[in-house]
Design a protein around this ligand. Sequence first.
Ligand SMILES: *Cc1c(COP(=O)(O)O)cnc(C)c1O
Length: 363
Amino acid sequence: MNQQYRQALVDAATRVIDSGWYVLGQEVKAFEQEFAAFCGTTQCVGVANGLDALVLTLRAWIEMGRLQEGDEVIVPANTYIASVLAITENRLKPVLVEPDERSFNLCPDKVRAAITPKTKAIVAVHLYGQLAPMKALMAIAQEHALLVLEDSAQAHGASVDGKRAGNWGHASGFSFYPGKNLGALGDAGAMTTNDPELAQTVRALGNYGSHKKYENLYQGLNSRLDEMQATFLRVKLQHLDAETRVRQEIAVAYAQGITNPLVHLPIGPESTLETLASHVFHLFVVRVKQRATFQAHLKAAGIETLIHYPIPPHQQQAYKPYNGLQLPVTEAIHQEVVSLPIGPSMAMGDVRLVIEAVNAFRA
Ligand SMILES: *Cc1c(COP(=O)(O)O)cnc(C)c1O
């Protein structure tokens, strides 16, 4: 993925090395401005990784008196565990809500049903790159005075009505882990918001709790985006829209080409690039009841598949008190999902090979 940008990345790294300035400098500042502009927000704060972006935003709301220990936070039961870790790390209480079967994302009716007097926030995950139903979720949040934190770690650039991930909720966390749609060459993350006070609080929390050199408002930690990763991200941000377009083209090819009734697709064959702005296809996830034989069949054809994710958070050892929860939709999803190859450097010829192999699968 990075080979085609090699020279630009080397030039950018050289500039940082020669500058002699490696933490909190011009590259981070410039990236924050460029990424805020990309999302359409007024604020962006670089942090060390995507998990920290979520953790520090919730922590900032606690410091600002808008959340307190023990408050309930609604989160999809079907997510990568980091969405839940951010909640429990802050001693808030995750309320795991079943997702919509087709979109894999939160479903407004089920969110509404999960609200109690103790509910204070929603973590809306844009899973696999598809925007959660943000219009409906923001309406519910307004009605019940809830804070909304988007987990946009998989959805850089996904939009509805031209409004992008990161600009729907009261704040959003992004990951720039190398495998994400916008990937650094190491760990990196950011939060976006239109609330300057929140941005300032997150910035201080990620810098030892310091808002001013050697003065500490909070018991913070060290979570900063560094100059080297920021400069790499600036190079790659320029190509993100074009890369997203390739991902969407592959998704349309899959949606139109895969006709095997054993394989349930996340989008219909009527999908076009125009209707797909809300999905940036971090992953192309299909559902297959006979998953193990399907994976073996593709492997024999030289096609690698992965499972995102094999064990839901409530069944992890880390969340023992939740192990007894019955979440049948989430559990069925985790047993049937399998990710087909997709990415900006995938050749269309390879896409056709995948389609042929998928269509040749028999149970
Ligand atoms: C990757 C990811 C995170 C965590 O980001 P890191 O940069 O790896 O810490 C959080 N939420 C989701 C949905 C993710 O996919």
